[in-house]
Design a protein around this ligand. Structure first.
Ligand SMILES: [Zn+2]
Length: 261
């Protein structure tokens, strides 16, 4: 894609494909002398060799920013630091990160945007017209929302803030880079609102058990992603409860292990 060259952005994709990671985790480099890295990716030696190699070609790394603490994005941090030496690490809530990032911070060329939803500590990074969205917005498909208190309302508010930005290139945690960030961000917001509309419709028709609600509002989701849809249903139910819109007896799914990636 031409825009990657124009903004001096490059993707190093890890070889960890799967239902949550799509073709693999995307790790991004921007700029040079030094470059900045967004997400180390998973702890796969060949991947970390490539990422560190690209950083060296670009005159070394000025810093490593982490979108969120899931293994497919942050698990390779130690290995990357072993290859790059003493590089500042910025993240929301990772112990080894020397720089604790919160909304509104600047980390090198990266402006920090809190984007809770997929994970409570999730961050997106903006550099000029380029946004690195981690798992808040993917290049393909949708993401699950982790049902932490206020997660879905926080997610929708974050999307609204990003929609208002003047962006030209969206670099996601998985899937291809996209050249119309605003359209994608609006699509993601509308997708969540459409699920909410379908859920409300199911509740209005009298459905109450979490299985019935899932079938009615997430019936298109393939079986392997159903536990993730279940987590997202819980986040939707929490939002309706917070807003006083949840009818008596609606069942919030018990959240087990839904992937965590
Ligand atoms: Zn991920």
């Amino acid at each position: 894609m031409e825009l990657l060259k124009e903004f001096d952005v490059e993707c190093v994709r890890a070889d960890n494909p799967g239902p949550f990671t799509l073709d693999g985790s995307n790790c991004w480099l921007i700029g040079r002398d030094p470059c900045w890295i967004i997400d180390p990716g998973p702890p796969i030696d060949a991947h970390l060799d490539r990422l560190a190699g690209e950083a060296k070609v670009r005159g070394g790394a000025g810093g490593i920013a982490i979108t969120h603490d899931h293994a497919d994005h942050s698990g390779g941090l130690e290995g990357l630091l072993a290859r790059l030496g003493d590089v500042p690490v910025g993240a929301a809530e990772i112990e080894v990160a020397g720089v604790t990032l919160t909304d509104g911070d600047q980390f090198g060329p990266l402006s920090v945007y809190a984007t809770p939803g997929h994970a409570p500590d999730h961050l997106a990074f903006v550099s000029g017209p380029v946004i690195f969205t981690g798992d808040a917005v993917l290049g393909r498909g949708s993401v699950y929302i982790s049902p932490d208190p206020g997660a879905l309302a926080g997610y929708l508010a974050a999307l609204d803030r990003l929609i208002a930005l003047d962006l030209k290139l969206l670099c996601p945690g998985h899937g291809p880079a996209l050249d119309d960030p605003r359209a994608r961000l609006i699509e993601y917001r509308d997708h969540r609102l459409e699920r909410e509309r379908m859920l409300l419709e199911a509740l209005e028709s009298g459905l109450r058990s979490s299985d019935e609600l899932l079938d009615a509002a997430w019936g298109d989701v393939p079986p392997i992603l159903r536990p993730a849809a279940e987590a997202t249903l819980a986040a939707h139910i929490d939002k309706l409860a917070d807003e006083g819109l949840l009818p008596e007896g609606a069942q919030r799914p018990a959240i087990g292990d839904y992937g965590g990636l």
